[in-house]
Design a binder for this molecule. Structure first.
Ligand SMILES: Cc1ncc(COP(=O)(O)O)c(C=O)c1O
Length: 354
């Protein structure tokens, strides 16, 4: 049966990318590998429109969030949160022995300067937050948050871009941040398995003498190997073939066109949701990649089972709003036509189960 994923990650992977990942294996200490590694770094810079260092490692995105906590936070971080993933990063820093000042914004609302300005003082040496909060479907005003921090503090600013990168234009060239972390299984539309981060010079400098930074996610160690176009440990070469091919595809589509496509897909899902019980996230701050939709009295489990029978899969709610919301992912290589098809199938299914 045809199986279509409109999930929040992992997402659907195009057949040509699956093929690209089945190329014969190569050894990761040779010239051929170095070229592949270098190409990925260069093309990622182009896709993100940045001159920052690009590091990557075989793990889910959390690996490099942890690397940022270990190497980018000296002793005290300000961890901002308005959902499950902001909270997760606070936990990551704490579990790595850092003190975390927590600034919380209400779920469904964006993080605004008033939520955190009182918490920044000279003792905070790093700030971290999520740009696109996948549990609530809120796209935080990333540039405004960064500007407000920079006005008050010299702390490093590290951003979780896991469900933003490649779906939302974060305008990285003009965003004064020290890390942007993401993974392959969201808007890059590849299988899970590679964590990537765009890193600033100050972050890499701080990483050099980070205490208890561990080995695998040690940004300094990864960076040192990266300068020779090598990985620190055995890299996921097959997935790297897929990433290399996908970066080419993204550059061929053109990033402005890719971002526009995400806007168009989002508009369709929003108008469907608004005809029902509406969206969870505050208007004006809604994600380009994930819609979190109020369930109302919809029997979601029955609906989703019937939809899956037809070959279409969406996602459950997450965290404390798991029971009252569900999520639709509209990211990666999905098209406007795919979203129209999903909406048709969802309407048909709702009629059938009514
Ligand atoms: C915003 C956000 N941050 C972090 C993560 C964790 O990423 P991973 O599972 O790739 O480690 C996720 C996963 O859904 C996410 O949506």
């Amino acid at each position: 049966m045809n199986r279509r994923l409109f999930t929040v990650g992992p997402v659907e992977v195009r057949e040509e990318l699956v093929k690209a990942m089945s190329k014969p294996m190569i050894i990761h200490r040779g010239k051929e590998y170095k070229k592949l590694h270098e190409n990925i770094v260069e093309k990622t810079r182009k896709v993100l429109d940045t001159d920052m260092e690009i590091l990557f490692v075989g793990s889910s995105a959390t690996g490099l969030l942890e690397g940022c906590s270990r190497c980018g936070v000296r002793s005290k971080a300000l961890g901002m949160s308005n959902g499950s993933f902001g909270k997760r990063w606070q936990e990551i820093s704490e579990s790595n022995g850092k003190t975390v000042i927590k600034a919380e914004a209400p779920w469904g609302e964006p993080i605004m300067p008033e939520h955190f300005l009182d918490s920044i003082d000279g003792s905070v040496d790093a700030v971290h937050f999520v740009s696109n909060e996948s549990s609530t479907g809120v796209l935080n005003p990333t540039a405004d948050i960064v500007d407000a921090i920079k006005e008050r503090s010299d702390a490093l600013v590290m951003v979780d871009g896991v469900t933003a990168v490649a779906g939302t234009d974060l305008k990285l060239r003009s965003l004064d941040i020290d890390a942007l972390v993401f993974g392959t299984q969201k808007a890059l539309a590849l299988p899970p398995g590679i964590a990537l981060a765009a890193c600033s010079e100050p972050l890499l400098e701080r990483s050099k003498d980070a205490k208890d930074a561990g080995y695998y996610f040690n940004l300094n160690e990864i960076h040192n190997k990266n300068t020779e176009n090598y990985a620190l440990t055995t890299p996921p070469v097959s997935l790297m073939y897929g990433l290399d091919a996908q970066l080419d595809r993204m550059l061929a589509e053109g990033m402005p066109a890719r971002y526009r496509r995400h806007q168009e897909m989002k508009a369709l899902v929003h108008s469907w949701a608004e005809g029902r019980d509406g969206l969870y996230a505050q208007k004006g701050f809604r994600s380009d990649t994930i819609s979190v939709i109020n369930k109302g009295d919809m029997p979601f489990d029955t609906f989703h089972s019937a939809l899956k029978e037809k070959g279409y899969e969406i996602s459950n709610g997450y965290g404390k709003i798991k029971d009252t919301t569900f999520r639709i992912g509209h990211m990666g290589d999905l098209t406007v036509a795919d979203i129209k098809e999903l909406i048709e199938k969802m309407d048909e299914t709702l009629e059938e189960i009514a």
